[in-house]
Write a protein that binds this ligand. Sequence first.
Ligand code: SF4
Length: 407
Amino acid sequence: MDLLNTLVDKGLRRELPTREEALAVLATPDDQLLDVVAAAGKVRRQWFGRRVKLNYLVNLKSGLCPEDCSYCSQRLGSKAEILKYTWLKPEEASKAAAAGVAGGAKRVCLVASGRGPTDRDVDRVSKTIEAIKEENEGIEVCACLGLLSEGQADRLRTAGADAYNHNLNTSEGTYGEITTTHTYADRVDTVHQAQAAGLSACSGLIAGMGESDADLVDVVFSLRELDPDSVPVNFLIPFEGTPLAKEWNLTPQRCLRILAMVRFVCPDVEVRLAGGREVHLRSMQPLALNLVNSIFLGDYLTSEGQAGQADLDMIADAGFEVEGAGTTTLPRHRADAVAGCGSHAGGCVTESEGCGSHEGGCGPCGEAPEAEAVPAAEAPETQVPGARTDLVAVRRRGAGTDLAPNA
Ligand code: SF4
């Protein structure tokens, strides 16, 4: 297939495909899906071999957010029955992080709900980063606290953060339909602030929110331009009690095509399979390892993933290997570029269901304005055949509970 040969050649040369080529990947029929996976897999192996980086999420503060991101179970007015708690103490966060590290994670992603951190929040997170670094030698820490204010990225960097996550989520053209309390430009600005402070930038997207193929290509091309070191790809987890609860429009095949398109457009970047993989890819998850070189281990921010051991078994059974702590994730040319500007390697978080994906820190001390009722579904209902609404499991263990974390 000429298209795939062209895309492989471009990916091996780190050359940007055309928009038409990216759109054509999304339009390939199911009977050519394995050809698409094999082609994107060649690009993946060129830059990352058969390594899979494991990342571990610690939700430092859950729910109670004053922002209105439609996809998010932690948004203002969300009726999703998620865990809600304010800031974990540094020792609590460190204990949760240690579980992920023991399970094989080389990066810990510290996430807090909300619009953005106060300076006091940055103090708290700085203490948490220090505690985690002290107890887990060589571990990478990524912070995901929302929109940053002047000087906050520098302070996080000084505290030892390696990376900062802030997703674009969707195209600039449709951003206003998903969120009204902040703008696409706000998000781009925060990623730039992180990069300027020498933090490794992590920024990705959420697919499955009713966007068009053109929107998906737009956001992925914008990410390529933004040039983060890692790109998390989330698949919407349509939580009951959120405006997008009825938006079940992803099939495993569509998810694989989206991941392949991201790999072709961002060939040498850490592409991370993030929230929604169990719900939407289901038994096709192992195939996705041919496209991404990074996943989250265990649970997400507000939802439960498959057992951590099942993640490890899946990687081994599919013929991949967990990336060791002493291995540099990024290809040499990118890692050197990052080191040259005083930052580290890496990328970071996110998921679609909660905040991580997103953006933001919090309102003061976890207080949110009075919640207004959210209609069951503000968006038109869509449900593809085979949708597994029963697979959405609210997180009831790990951070914020007395139960052991899944790692
Ligand atoms: S994605 Fe982040 S900022 Fe948006 S509603 Fe959720 S927690 Fe708040």
